[in-house]
Ligand binder design. Structure first.
Ligand SMILES: [Zn+2]
Length: 431
């Protein structure tokens, strides 16, 4: 703006100076050409010349505009298409989320009528086929997507979803492993490979994914350690079933080194270590984990470490174990159970009644009280009353899958009901 003003001021000054100069030095300009003669004052001639120059400049500008007109129109038209295409894209994305197949197809075509974007059109076509269970069409379209560099991953992900929808778990896993090579940063793929490898008992493949899960911060260092321990136990169980006891023992030991405090690890190792003459080690281990996971199955292993099966001795051994967490309901229950076994009626009654008073009594507690009435007082009526209570009491201690909430007989890596990995936990009596 300032530049223009400066230019104007300078031009006006120069013109004014020229006008004054020509007035001081008047003269004529004569042009003779082809027998014509034009005569004009120098200042007038200059004025005509500059007017002519401005005329030519204006005409040229106009010509330029006329010549660019088709392109201008094309630009306007293009922008219009761009807008309509974008609108179709938004609509198609909404239809995809809504799984509205009909609208998805319409909007997908809408995109391709405004934009010549084949991959985008194929993407929506593939998803429409997927949601309308046209497996053949979807497979073709997702495979097509894999051919374009920009949609290769979308093609893989679609084929994985499609394989799962058709219960082809093995195929889905193979595709995910392939996709991981082109997209190693995907948490979806990493989690998928990990979970599905475990479900299919491909333990090595699952362990191979561990660094990726850590790198992508899907699991913490602590979780990774317990997951590894669980994988070793699961793999060891499998070897044991196949009669490969050396391989199994190796892995049980590895799990024990890693996380001796985990209940499934301790339970899986106890019997093996006792047989290997390491009773003291097992005793220490069980005493250490009792305050965290007072599981009833630990007690028989604990008693085996003393090698004295007399009921009174066993009652004393249990008293020693529960002294590590004396106030826990499971401690009272085990004390009552072994007092009853040793026929120490008074002690048995006080341990079990403590749970009744605390409202921590499970069906098991009432059944033990029923046995106590029968054995101590031969009182069938009273015993029946306790059994009646047992039928109404909740079943609170169990192994249970946290995914499908179904109870299980023992710890397992994969839930046999919903296939979730590492979700079976021991639910003890609440403290
Ligand atoms: Zn489950």
């Amino acid at each position: 703006m300032i530049k223009r003003l400066l230019f104007l001021i300078i031009t006006v000054i120069i013109v004014t100076l020229l006008v004054f100069w020509f007035q001081d030095h008047p003269g004529f300009l004569v042009i003779r050409w082809l027998g014509y003669e034009v005569e004009a004052q120098v200042s007038v001639a200059l004025l005509i010349l500059s007017l002519g120059f401005f005329c030519v400049w204006g005409v040229l500008g106009l010509l330029k505009k006329i010549l660019h007109f088709p392109q201008f129109l094309k630009g306007r038209y293009g922008a219009h298409h761009q807008r309509r295409g974008l609108q179709s894209l938004y609509n198609a994305l909404s239809s995809l989320e809504a799984e509205d197949v009909k609208k998805l197809l319409i909007e997908g075509e809408g995109i391709s009528s405004h934009w010549s974007e084949k991959p985008l059109e194929t993407f929506f076509k593939a998803n429409a086929a997927y949601y309308s269970n046209d497996f053949k069409g979807a497979t073709e379209a997702f495979n097509q997507l894999r051919l374009y560099k920009e949609t290769e991953f979308l093609g893989f992900k679609g084929l994985i979803k499609l394989a799962l929808k058709q219960d082809q778990e093995e195929k889905a896993l193979e595709l995910a492993i392939e996709a991981d090579k082109i997209y190693p940063q995907s948490p979806y793929i990493a989690k998928f490979i990990y979970q599905h490898s475990l479900m299919r008992e491909k333990f090595d493949q699952a362990l191979m994914m561990m660094p990726t899960l850590l790198r992508l911060k899907i699991i913490s260092e602590d979780e990774a350690e317990s997951q590894r321990a669980f994988i070793y136990v699961s793999e060891a169980n499998k070897f044991k079933e196949e009669g490969k006891s050396d391989e199994a023992d190796n892995l049980y030991e590895k799990a024990l080194q890693l996380r001796p405090d985990l209940l499934p690890v301790a339970l899986a190792n106890a019997s093996r270590l006792i047989e290997a003459g390491k009773a003291r080690k097992v005793r220490n281990l069980i005493e250490k984990i009792w305050p965290q996971t007072p599981h009833p199955d630990l007690v028989p292993y604990y008693l085996r470490t003393f090698n004295d099966g007399h009921p009174m001795e066993q009652f004393k051994q249990v008293q020693r174990l529960v002294s590590f967490a004396p106030d826990y309901p499971q401690s009272f229950l085990e004390s009552g159970r072994y007092a009853l076994n040793a026929k120490v009626w008074g002690r048995a009654r006080s341990f079990l009644m403590e749970l009744v008073e605390r409202e921590n009594a499970t069906a098991e507690v009432y059944k033990l009280l029923a046995t106590l009435e029968l054995e101590e007082h031969h009182d069938k009526n009273r015993s029946e009353q306790w059994l009646q209570k047992a039928t109404m009491a909740p079943q609170t201690s169990m192994w249970r899958c946290e995914s499908c909430l179904k109870p299980q007989d023992a710890w397992l890596g994969s839930c046999p009901d919903c296939w979730a990995w590492g979700r079976i936990n021991w639910i003890g009596v609440s403290n």
